[in-house]
Design a protein around this ligand. Structure first.
Ligand SMILES: Nc1nc2c(ncn2[C@@H]2O[C@H](COP(=O)(O)OP(=O)(O)O)[C@@H](O)[C@H]2O)c(=O)[nH]1
Ligand SMILES: [Mg+2]
Ligand SMILES: [Zn+2]
Length: 217
């Protein structure tokens, strides 16, 4: 008997791509920009989003989609800023996919929104495999995680339009080699913008804000 092999992963990713395209069409129709922020747990996604909201909320209308395996802790923080937020609880799944985003977009007043920010599930691996329909992909790597991560988790760095190196305020306590890190990222993805920031002290965030401002024009 011959063995039949089912490439389920390819089918799943193909169906996801189709749905991501539909999401993008919906966003474009409503003149929304969608950014997808990915990192490992604790790298500083929520802190960066809070800083970004503080900076832009008087100028533009922002909505947030929070992806977590469980809880509404991050969504509650964002919501305290009077920002519309949709919490997706993935009940164990370690990434967001385009169908989840479709459902979340359906619950947002897109015609009244300029920028939609996705905080993906904290995970350096599979979130990068699932297109969501985002216009730009942002990756956050924090200093304590180490400068070797582009070698170990290349896909995430390959997919990113912007790589933010967060927690620069603790740089003196870690042997993080920013030059080696930047060279590794550029080797994988020459067009990635690499921006060292501290979402805690605000250091370097001006460059992130001006990148975002340019993109929103
Ligand atoms: N020292 C320092 N701590 C930070 C910075 N950004 C975030 N944190 C802290 O790191 C922890 C995780 O941050 P959070 O934004 O929740 O990360 P997330 O899990 O990626 O959303 C929190 O205790 C933050 O206060 C930073 O730039 N410097
Ligand atoms: Mg978070
Ligand atoms: Zn996953």
């Amino acid at each position: 008997m011959s063995v039949k092999v089912l490439n389920v992963k390819e089918d799943i990713l193909g169906a996801n791509e189709e749905k991501a395209k539909k999401n993008r069409e919906l966003l474009d129709k409503n003149h929304n920009i969608l950014i997808n922020i990915m990192s490992s747990p604790g790298a500083g996604k929520t802190s960066l989003i809070m800083q970004t909201i503080n900076r832009f909320k008087d100028k533009i209308s922002i909505a947030v989609i929070e992806g977590d395996i469980a809880s509404t802790i991050d969504a509650d923080k964002i919501s305290s800023q009077d920002i519309p937020v949709i919490q997706i609880n993935t009940a164990g799944a370690c990434h967001l996919d385009a169908i989840m985003i479709e459902k979340a977009l359906d619950k947002l007043a897109l015609e009244e929104t300029d920028l939609v920010i996705i905080e993906n599930v904290g995970n350096l691996v599979c979130p990068a495999e699932f297109a969501l329909g985002a216009h730009k992909t942002i990756m956050l790597l924090s200093v304590p995680e180490g400068d070797d991560k582009p070698h170990k988790y290349p896909l995430m760095f390959t997919e990113a339009d912007v790589v933010l190196v967060n927690k620069t305020d603790v740089m003196p306590y870690f042997d993080f080699d920013i030059k080696a890190f930047s060279a590794a990222v550029s080797g994988l993805n020459p067009s990635a913008r690499i921006l060292p920031v501290s979402a805690k002290t605000g250091e370097g965030l001006e460059l992130w804000f001006s990148w975002l401002e340019d993109m929103l024009k």
